[in-house]
Design a protein around this ligand. Structure first.
Ligand code: ATP
Length: 408
């Protein structure tokens, strides 16, 4: 018993010495050296620890692109492990109608795989950049960390993590609600949501059955869409990005928007309604592009009103567009440049469609609509960029109006 008491007393004095030494270090050692020492202490501890940890960040380097793996992990943990967690958080789902329950920050959840136990943690860390953000959450990077015994390294890396990715993807698909995105909402709101896009649930009821159009033409379009959707191998084989462009042209009210909705419903894709006049410059356009998910249709309506195809800039679409009118807005060279005018250039747009960036993500369809095909720059609509040109005519629209139920 006396030996035990002596042992505890020894331990107590050792602890007191460590605390004293640490407070000395805190007071007298410069911050940079202290951080260096802390990092080394962590490395040293890791060498002797029998456990390994893998971190999965929400954003890859410098918040550049959101990590699909992070969201797969989030979905997997919410679905498979949240019942074992004692602290959960509930948020509105992506379509703002369903509740999503997930594991709260700093909460530990255990999982088992092939008889091996693993521990997951969710947390946030502040980015080390010098940028000061005015919006909450901007300088924070969320991450998940999985800890396991180092003897199971191969099993975890080669089998468990791919399993989590596949399961998480399946959960995302199962819970998926198709969305209609816009870049027109308030800039501040989008920052708060940590995204450059706003979205609502996509609920347009149009289908190819309800679309009035020549049957052969309709079937040709559907075949083309199916070939695209199933064409991953083909695109890889021929070395082309997995994307396709459609130009829908014809007078107002001939069903161009309806056709887009029918395509989205047919393919089960999200729709990104890109308002070019709200995009500040080519850099912002690229950022919007990076944040688009795959399996999506990117729409630029009335492309001739959205961008000055001669290389000069044009005012707001609304200012210039009375769609039936031929009165074009002519930019006045003496007019001072306004900051809120879009500076997206034709070359920026061409890069967006099929430059190096266009290949990232894959499985995307670009659709431009116009009432004046003849006004478009040939470079913009050449085959390869806009692979299929579809004319929408009044005769089909007339058929549609005859078929639609009468309103009184
Ligand atoms: N071919 C069609 N099939 C089914 N509905 C049609 C067709 N054409 C027009 N409509 C109906 O006419 C209305 C206008 O169609 P829509 O908005 O798709 O035309 P649009 O060509 O996109 O017009 P705008 O150029 O003005 O944007 C919608 O209510 C749509 O249901």
């Amino acid at each position: 018993m006396a030996a035990m008491v002596e042992k505890w007393a020894g331990l107590g004095s050792a602890m007191a010495s460590i605390i004293f030494l640490w407070s000395m270090v805190q007071n007298h050692v410069p911050v940079t050296l202290r951080l260096y020492l802390t990092a080394w202490a962590a490395k040293l501890a890791a060498c002797f620890s029998p456990y390994l940890q893998i971190t999965i960040l929400e954003n890859s380097a410098e918040r550049f692109q959101q990590s699909e793996f992070f969201y797969a992990v989030e979905a997997y943990l919410s679905d498979a492990c949240s019942r074992r967690a004692s602290r959960l958080k509930a948020e509105l789902g992506s379509d703002s109608s369903n509740l999503q329950v997930s594991v709260d920050d700093h909460e530990e959840v255990t999982d088992e795989f092939s008889g091996v136990t693993l521990w997951w943690y969710a947390s946030k860390k502040h980015s080390k950049g010098n940028v000061i953000s005015f919006y909450p959450g901007e300088d924070e990077r969320r991450f998940y960390k999985v800890v396991f015994h180092r003897s199971h390294r191969d099993l975890i890396v080669d089998s468990y993590l791919p399993f989590v990715l596949a399961e998480g993807r399946a959960v995302i698909v199962k819970n998926r609600q198709r969305r209609l995105f816009t870049n027109c909402g308030g800039r501040r709101r989008r920052y708060l949501r940590n995204s450059v896009w706003d979205h609502v649930k996509f609920e347009h009821p149009a289908t190819f059955d309800t679309l009035a159009m020549d049957t052969d033409q309709k079937e040709a379009i559907m075949d083309d869409l199916i070939a695209f959707k199933d064409g991953k191998e083909y695109y890889t084989k021929v070395g082309k990005p997995w994307k396709r462009g459609y130009l829908l042209y014809g007078p107002p009210g001939t069903g161009k928007s309806t056709m887009i909705a029918a395509m989205a419903n047919f393919l089960d894709y999200d729709v990104y309604d890109l308002e070019l006049t709200s995009v500040k410059n080519n850099t912002e356009l690229r950022k919007l592009f990076i944040e688009m998910t795959s399996k999506s249709i990117i729409v630029i309506e009335d492309i001739d009103c959205s961008i000055d195809l001669t290389g000069k800039r044009r005012k707001d679409k609304k200012a210039s567009s009375n769609k039936d009118s031929d009165n074009e807005y002519e930019p006045d060279p003496t007019e001072p440049r306004k900051d809120d005018e879009s500076k997206v250039t034709l070359s920026g747009l061409l890069n967006f469609i099929d430059g190096l960036w266009s290949a990232s993500g894959g499985e995307r369809i670009f659709i431009f609509t116009t009432n004046h095909k003849e006004k478009l720059d040939p470079a913009l609509i050449r085959r390869g960029r806009m692979d299929k040109h579809i004319e929408m005519s009044y005769s089909a629209a007339l058929r549609a109006s005859r078929c639609s139920p009468r309103t009184t």
